[in-house]
Structure formats: C-alpha cells, structure tokens
Design a protein around this ligand. Structure first.
Ligand SMILES: [Zn+2]
Length: 100
C-alpha cells in the first residue's frame, strides 16, 4: 500500500504515481507519495488514504470560504452545506479506514 501525504505545490498536468492516469493539478494542497512527493490522483487517494483525501477536501472548502474574508456568520446556506459535506466526508473516511 503506497504511503500518501498532503503537500503544497504548483498546479499543472501530471501523471498519478500510483495508477499513471493523467490529471490536472490545481495549485495548493495535493496528495503525493511520501517517498518521492510524486502526485497521486483523488481516485487512488480515496482507495489508499480516504481520511487524508477527506481532510484535503475539507481544507479546500474552508479555504474557498475563508478567502472571501467575511465573518463566519455571514456564510450563505450553500457554503455551510459545503463545509458540512466536506467535514462529513472526512469523518466518514476516518470511520471506514481499516483498523490496525
Ligand atoms: Zn491514481
């Protein structure tokens, strides 16, 4: 099982280090192999490191909302729902991971 981490990097086109599929990377948080920092796609992240992918999505959702520089109580319903869904997916990923 590949050991996967979250890194911060520039965006661009790359191939997943696990499945070799081509993918477009956004600048910012990305999944990567711990050994060599090669990028990992969301599909492989979901399969091998679901809690980490959930955490990355939660961070992305939070960044999108926080960057608007508004007080938290001014969030629209859709923004609250997006945060709630990201948090739920993260928690679900933790719940579904194999116990060691
Ligand atoms: Zn992949």
């Amino acid at each position: 099982m590949p050991r996967i981490i979250i890194k911060i990097d520039r965006g661009g086109t790359a191939h997943c280090a696990v499945c070799q599929h081509s993918m477009e990377l956004a600048s910012g948080l990305q999944l990567a192999l711990a050994d060599n920092l090669s990028p990992v796609c969301a599909g492989c992240g979901r399969q091998h490191a679901a809690p980490l992918l959930g955490l990355l999505k939660l961070a992305e959702s939070t960044q999108r909302i926080v960057w608007k520089e508004r007080p938290v109580m001014d969030l629209r319903l859709e923004e609250w729902l997006a945060l709630e869904a990201a948090a739920w997916n993260y928690a679900k990923g933790l719940e579904d991971r194999p116990h060691s």
